[in-house]
Structure formats: structure tokens, C-alpha cells
Ligand binder design. Structure first.
Ligand SMILES: Cc1cc2nc3c(=O)[nH]c(=O)nc-3n(C[C@H](O)[C@H](O)[C@H](O)COP(=O)(O)O)c2cc1C
Length: 173
């Protein structure tokens, strides 16, 4: 087995992909060998020592593609160090801290499948020009019109970097 880490993600509009890239860059900076791949392009996990997986949140859930990935690989993920992250817009709100505890429950379906050694929760980005027109995105536009959420890139690179820096000691087993 190579001494390699997989950072994999499910993203609709690209902000979670950017978070995964930043995590990968931090791990490389820490001297690790890293592949950053969308979940749909992951063929196998056998060549990785550890896995970091994350998803954008839609409707308080990981994307279906991400749940599919966890279900498909749950046995292997239980045998390797595994860390998880999620990217959502709630954490971009001015009063985000009051929601931080509550949104941990969005990980419950994930905990039914796998047991992350560490979890990162990050603010994402909202850009309607990158989203399809659908009932769900229409509902999101309404929430923005009501002033609850704001369009824009709210990713906190420092928080992402700090979490990623904490991983190597936990992922080496
Ligand atoms: C259809 C839809 C539903 C969403 N639902 C939630 C939600 O329930 N809670 C939340 O905090 N953010 C929600 N978001 C915001 C996304 O999690 C956020 O924009 C994230 O950065 C998107 O990641 P991506 O750019 O990788 O697709 C939703 C976004 C969309 C488009």
C-alpha cells in the first residue's frame, strides 16, 4: 500500500471542491502524498492509507452521491483512518455560532455508516449563476430574498487550513 491520503468530495456548484483542494494542499504542505478527487471518480480505496471525505449540504443532508459513496465503501472506511467534512451556508450567517451545535445532527445519517475520527464544518458559497433552475434553488432564492442567507463566497480558508493541519497526526495509524 502507498503512503497516500485520499481527499474526496461531492459538490454541485464547486465550493466544496475548493474546500477539498485546500485541505489537500494543506496535507501536501505537511509532507503527505495526497489525491484530491470527486467521489464519482474514485475507483478504489485500497491504495490509500486514510480517507478524508466531504459533501455540500442540501436540505440539511449530504448530497445523494456522497451517501452512495459512504454506503459503497463503508467496510473499507471502517478499516482506515477516516475524517469527514461538510460545507453549508448556515455557517456563513452572522449568528452562525448559535447553529453550530444543532447542525452536528446533520451528520447523524453519516454516523450510521462510518465513524469519522475528526469532523470539519465549514461555511460555503452561494452563487445562483452556478445552480440549475429548480424548485429547490427557487426556494433558496426566496431564503436569500428574505435576508436569511446571502449570496457570495463565505469560505473561511483559515478555519479550513486549521482543521486540515490537525489531521495528519490523527490520520497516521
Ligand atoms: C438546493 C440547495 C439546498 C441547500 N440546502 C442547505 C441547507 O439545508 N442548509 C445549509 O446550511 N445550506 C444549504 N445549501 C447551501 C449549500 O450547502 C452551500 O451553498 C454549499 O457551499 C454548496 O456547495 P457546492 O458549491 O459544493 O455545491 C443549499 C444549497 C442548495 C443549492
Amino acid at each position: 500500500m502507498n503512503n497516500k491520503i485520499l481527499v474526496t468530495y461531492a459538490s454541485q456548484a464547486g465550493s466544496t471542491a475548493g474546500v477539498a483542494e485546500a485541505i489537500g494542499q494543506t496535507l501536501i504542505g505537511e509532507g503527505l502524498q495526497v489525491d484530491v478527487l470527486p467521489m464519482k471518480d474514485v475507483k478504489e480505496l485500497a491504495s490509500y492509507n486514510a480517507v478524508v471525505a466531504g459533501s455540500a449540504i442540501h436540505g440539511q443532508k449530504w448530497l445523494p452521491e456522497a451517501m452512495h459513496f459512504l454506503r459503497n465503501h463503508r467496510v473499507e472506511l471502517s478499516q482506515k483512518p477516516f475524517a469527514a467534512f461538510m460545507v453549508c451556508i448556515t455557517l456563513s450567517m452572522a449568528n452562525a455560532e448559535q447553529y453550530r451545535e444543532g447542525l452536528k445532527s446533520w451528520m447523524n445519517p453519516i454516523h450510521g455508516l462510518v465513524h469519522p475520527i475528526s469532523e470539519g464544518y465549514f461555511a460555503g458559497a452561494l452563487d445562483f449563476s452556478k445552480l440549475p433552475f429548480s424548485f429547490n434553488t427557487l426556494a433558496m432564492r426566496l431564503v436569500v430574498l428574505l435576508g436569511v442567507w446571502k449570496q457570495g463566497d463565505h469560505r473561511d480558508w483559515s478555519a479550513i487550513h486549521t482543521w486540515a493541519e490537525s489531521l495528519p497526526s490523527q490520520l497516521r495509524r
